[in-house]
Design a protein around this ligand. Structure first.
Ligand code: DAH
Length: 353
């Protein structure tokens, strides 16, 4: 068998192997086997030196042709196999863009947050500004300057969380602390009047704290919104008109209001405001305990003694104030039977609002 026959036989064997290579890795093995540094072609050409000089050019020519033929066949097969591999990858990685997406749960504002904002919007619409004060408050602002003297029952240890001073101050540790968690938002009235001169039209939403055991109508931490107006010529009529407007906006124009005389140390005269029951329309049912009315807030004309603490001229100015519980308003608006449901974080309940 001449070298040329050997080359041709090798070529035919290689072409068959190329045709049979099932994937790119197998094809590369074929390439290495026949054309690689230690491959068949190199092996055959190693015998070239032993040939007579006049035969060498013909063998060289055939070996170049064989190499070119095999390289072309490998390239062609490579293209075929690459196309197959690409098709397979596209099929495997295909994304069906028509499939509906996976829904991510979206959070919303909590009902208490939303009602607080709703109340604020109503008063901002009347020209009120938002005011703030600390939740950890001084006894002076929470009680004394609100005309609540030291022996007043509202100051009872049973109602108020006092903040203990652990530095060793004996008076503080025994409960006579000057520092407490505010029991209402009314101290913001005092802080505002200390800082500003009338005309004052402010609304103070915020958290308040009381030593209550949670039950359907009590929470140890809840939210209040305080209102304060101080200006020349402010009357009880202004207070009534303002709160009637508020009730209409908050509960709807079909709800009626009623002002009941009451007592608060920091207002004189004082009243509690009721709104007609939304369940029975005012005839009486279980929700309103048969009265036809639901209490929503406390209010009154600012007591001159309070003006005395902050140095506002009682000859020139009068004012009114009001305070309401946000959780209670939310419960009345949405007929929620138990305030604790607002804080339990049960999504089945919270998603309704
Ligand atoms: N601070 C009172 C409370 O927590 C509510 C209140 C009543 C606020 C009358 C007022 C007011 O500003 O005038 O029960």
């Amino acid at each position: 068998m001449t070298v040329i026959d050997e080359l041709h036989a090798m070529r035919d064997e290689a072409l068959a192997a190329i045709e049979q290579a099932g994937d790119l890795a197998a094809l590369d093995d074929v390439r290495v086997k026949f054309l690689g540094k230690k491959g068949s072609l190199t092996q055959i050409l190693r015998g070239l030196g032993a040939l007579p000089a006049d035969e060498r050019p013909a063998v060289g020519k055939v070996s170049n042709e064989v190499r070119a033929a095999l390289e072309a066949a490998i390239d062609a097969r490579n293209s075929e196999l690459s196309a197959v591999a690409l098709d397979a990858r596209i099929a495997a990685e295909a994304v069906d863009v028509t499939l509906p997406g996976r829904a991510h749960p979206v959070g919303t504002r909590h009902l208490i947050e939303r009602i607080t904002a709703e109340i604020s919007e109503i008063f901002i619409g009347l020209g009120y500004r938002i005011a703030e004060g600390p939740e950890v408050e001084l006894d002076y602002y929470n009680f004394t300057a609100l005309n609540t003297p030291p022996d007043h029952p509202a100051r009872s240890l049973a109602d108020t969380f006092y903040v203990k001073d652990l530095s060793g101050d004996v008076a503080a540790v025994t409960g006579e602390s000057d520092v407490l968690l505010r029991t209402h938002t009314s101290p913001v009235q005092v802080r505002t009047m200390e800082r500003e001169q009338p005309p004052i039209y402010v609304l103070a939403p915020g958290k308040v704290y009381r030593r209550d055991i949670p039950d359907p109508s009590h929470l140890p931490q809840f939210t209040q919104v305080e209102g304060l107006v101080v200006d020349e010529g402010i009357t009880f009529g202004d207070l009534k008109g303002t709160l009637e407007h508020f009730v209409c906006e908050m509960f709807g124009a079909d709800r009626r209001t009623r002002f009941r005389p009451h007592f608060f140390p920091f207002t004189e005269p004082s009243a509690e405001v009721d709104v007609s029951c939304g369940i029975c329309g005012g005839v009486g049912c279980r929700f309103c305990k048969g009265t036809g009315w639901l209490e929503i807030l406390g209010c009154g004309m600012v007591d001159p003694n309070v003006f005395g603490f902050v140095g506002i001229d009682t000859e020139r100015y009068t004012g009114f104030a009001f305070g309401m519980g946000v959780e209670r308003i939310a419960a009345l608006k949405y007929n929620i039977p138990d305030l604790r449901m607002l804080l339990e974080g049960d999504m089945r309940f919270l998603r309704q609002f």
